[in-house]
Write a new protein. Structure first.
Length: 726
């Protein structure tokens, strides 16, 4: 038993001893876990503490990979879910000012986002970006390798990784906000300062992006403000601009140009086809010391547009007319009302064609009839204008327009211009030619109470020639013109010259071969004032002359008229064989160059007078005055010696002198049976013409010594037989 007893405790001790040996293992595991946790915590704390120092060169290395040089920044705070950067500067070391400076950048993210190379939000504050625009290219210095590809430019420094990133739709953040952002842009025309505040957000799928910005523009070139919103995604892009107000009074402009309350929308489909619309108001106000003759022009705009980059074709259209309000300067001599710019039917206002670097366009529009005045020179309703402006791929601009209708007045000349049909083209050509003006027809009407001429039509084919480098404003019109009757007879042809800058011009004309006949052309067809004065006109009339004018109207005029074997029926007599060469010192008004001699073959006022000569003059009122006339008569002469015959007077009085009239020949003209005589008569024959008849008033003829007059017939013989004193 002793041995058993001695043996039992030994076994128990062994068991306990086994238990004692297992407990230190578990304790050691716990302490190692604690140590590891402590080490991890210490490592994390040290990582957080030293992470800004470690992250800074990493960020600079990434920037260098993107081609951005001269990056400096301070990482003031960084953690597992957020970080803050400050003093971010990008620029060349020798530059006076950095290309980009950011006061603060706040980042939020999740740890797994960092592993994927993304962040949650980016908040930028006090951002200043500087750039330059020169020769059609935007430059942003050290940022060019990143920004240039986004703008469609080339960058020789960008890497394949950069190209992949910039071509990707997905953005490496969920939201980007900008507070107090500014873009300074220098241009050859001046500086621009653009302030912006807004946010850029990406949807959960990272493909759809929305943008909202408030913009304020300032600087030398223009000033303004607008709100911009955009949605960019796989189904296309849509950009809206609301409340756009902008204005510019840049020195390159003749005044102030402003945009008011503009609303615009641009849609871009996945194939990059563009569909846009814009509505608002455009206003121009001339500079106080400017030479532009308009003080203010206002145009409402309501346009739509499309562009297809695959074909390079685009159009700008409007569905309704746009009213243009124009206010002239105080000293302007012209004014215009009711100006309307309209689409040419269903054609677009502008068509664009892009073929590589070649650019061409065509603009088609109508200007409806407009009420206007041009001092006291011209006023009325302008013709309707259908215009086309083309720019070819070679850069040459061509302007063509057609004019139709119109009702205009020349008050100083009492003329009306109407029913125009013409075309105007501005096409640079050889020998200084700038364009052409071709007038198919233009009706000219005399508006004086006593019409000087009947309605006529004018046609012309004029070239527009440049004088040196003066341009169109000081160019010269030159070419043939033709004037015809409404029935189609050509009356006058000539050569016109007119200086657009000086307002001076002239017309050398030739009216050759005007033949009058009783069944055909009559003078009253050309000059209604002659209706009732002359009729049954036959013979030929030719004329040559010159008209000259300036801005105030007709300044000089002259003509030479040749009458050949003219015959006519006047109110008191019949004329035939009238011939003469008449010089006119003025045509507006009509006035002869002194007194002119006209030969008259026969004048028959009851007694035919042949072989006469008349001295005639025309005064300013168009009155034809016969100062002196003489005819062979009954072996002697009849001479107009006192008074003058005015063809326009209601009652005309004159006195004829009878010189050495043979009594026998005179009595033969009377043809009274039984009346005879011999001798020579002389004296005065006052006449009066009224109501188309000639009256002799108290004529006194005296016989020279030796004259005899007798009257004998059956009646006088019978009277003598019955009455001793008969």
């Amino acid at each position: 038993m002793t041995s058993e007893q001695d043996q039992a405790p030994a076994d128990k001790t062994k068991v306990n001893k086994g238990k004692t040996e297992r407990q230190p293992v578990w304790r050691r595991v716990r302490w190692w876990a604690v140590v590891i946790m402590v080490l991890l915590v210490c490592g994390a704390a040290m990582a957080v503490h030293y992470l800004p120092v470690l992250a800074r060169p990493v960020v600079q290395s990434v920037a260098a990979d993107l081609g951005i040089s001269g990056l400096n920044l301070q990482i003031t705070e960084i953690g597992w879910r957020r970080a803050r950067l400050s003093g971010v500067v990008v620029g060349q070391p020798d530059a006076e000012e950095p290309d980009l400076s950011v006061g603060g950048i706040d980042l939020t993210y999740a740890p797994m986002d960092l592993v994927a190379g993304r962040v949650g939000t980016i908040a930028l504050s006090d951002v200043i970006l500087r750039g330059r625009f020169n020769e059609g290219r935007l430059e942003f210095g050290a940022l060019d390798p990143v920004i240039s590809p986004l703008l469609g430019g080339d960058s020789t420094t960008q890497t394949d990784a950069t190209q992949t990133d910039t071509n990707s739709r997905s953005l490496p953040f969920d939201q980007l906000t900008v507070a107090d952002g500014r873009l300074f842009l220098s241009t050859p025309e001046g500086n621009l300062d653009l302030r912006l505040d807004g946010a850029l957000e990406a949807a959960a799928d990272r493909e759809d992006v929305s943008l909202d910005l408030d913009l304020v523009l300032d600087g030398d070139v223009a000033k303004g403000r607008a709100t911009v919103s955009a949605d960019l995604g796989g189904d296309g892009q849509m950009i809206k601009v609301t409340g756009l107000d902008a204005r510019s009074d840049h020195g390159a402009l003749p005044g102030l140009v402003s945009l008011e309350r503009v609303q615009a929308e641009v849609r871009i489909d996945p194939l990059l086809r563009v569909d846009a619309s814009a509505a608002g108001k455009v206003t121009y106000v001339s500079a106080e010391d400017g030479s532009f003759p308009v003080r203010r022009v206002q145009l409402p705009v309501d346009l739509t547009g499309q562009f297809d980059p695959s074909t390079g074709a685009g159009v700008v259209s409007t569905t309704s007319c746009m009213d243009i309000a124009a206010q002239t300067v105080d000293e302007a001599i012209w004014s215009a009302d009711d100006i309307r710019l309209c689409p040419d039917g269903k054609r677009p206002l502008v068509s664009v064609d892009l073929d590589g670097e070649a650019f061409s366009f065509e603009a088609d529009f109508d200007l409806t009839p407009t009420r206007f005045t041009l001092g006291d020179v011209l006023s009325g309703e302008a013709p309707q204008i259908a215009a086309t402006i083309r720019r070819g791929a070679d850069g040459q601009i061509i302007i063509k327009s057609s004019l139709a209708g119109g009702d205009m007045r020349l008050p100083q000349q009492s003329l009306q211009l109407s029913n125009m049909a013409a075309s105007v083209s501005l096409v640079p050509g050889g020998a200084g030619q700038l364009g052409r003006i071709d007038v198919e027809s233009l009706q000219i009407t005399d508006k004086q109470a006593a019409k000087r001429f009947a309605d006529v039509t004018l046609s012309a084919s004029l070239s527009l020639d440049g004088l040196g480098e003066d341009g169109i404003a000081n160019s010269r019109l030159r070419g043939p013109v033709s004037v015809g009757s409404l029935a189609g007879d050509r009356l006058i042809q000539g050569m016109l010259t007119h200086g657009l800058g000086s307002g001076e011009g002239s017309l050398d004309f030739d009216a050759a071969g005007l033949t009058f006949s009783e069944e055909g052309l009559q003078p009253q067809d050309l000059a209604p004032v002659l209706r009732g004065i002359v009729a049954a006109v036959t013979g030929d009339v030719a004329a040559t002359g010159r008209l000259a004018w300036d801005r105030s109207g007709i300044s000089r005029s002259s003509a030479r008229v040749v009458l050949t074997d003219l015959g006519l029926q006047a109110s008191a007599a019949r004329f035939s064989g009238v011939s003469g060469d008449i010089e006119f010192a003025s045509l507006v008004p009509f006035r002869t160059r002194g007194t002119q001699a006209v030969s008259i073959g026969v004048v028959d006022a009851g007694v035919p007078l042949a072989g006469g000569i008349a001295l005639v003059r025309v005064e300013g009122g168009g009155d034809v005055i016969i100062e002196n006339a003489q005819w062979p008569f009954a072996g002697g002469q009849l001479v107009l010696t006192s008074g003058a015959l005015n063809t326009r007077a209601d009652v005309q009085q004159a006195e004829l002198a009878a010189l050495s009239v043979n009594l026998r020949e005179l009595l033969n003209l009377v043809e009274m049976e039984g009346l005879s005589g011999e001798g020579v008569l002389g004296g005065a024959v006052p006449i009066e013409i009224r109501d188309g008849s000639v009256y002799v008033v108290e004529a006194k003829l005296e016989a020279e010594p030796g004259g005899i007059i007798r009257y004998s017939n059956a009646s006088t013989d019978a009277a003598g037989q019955t009455a001793e004193g008969a």
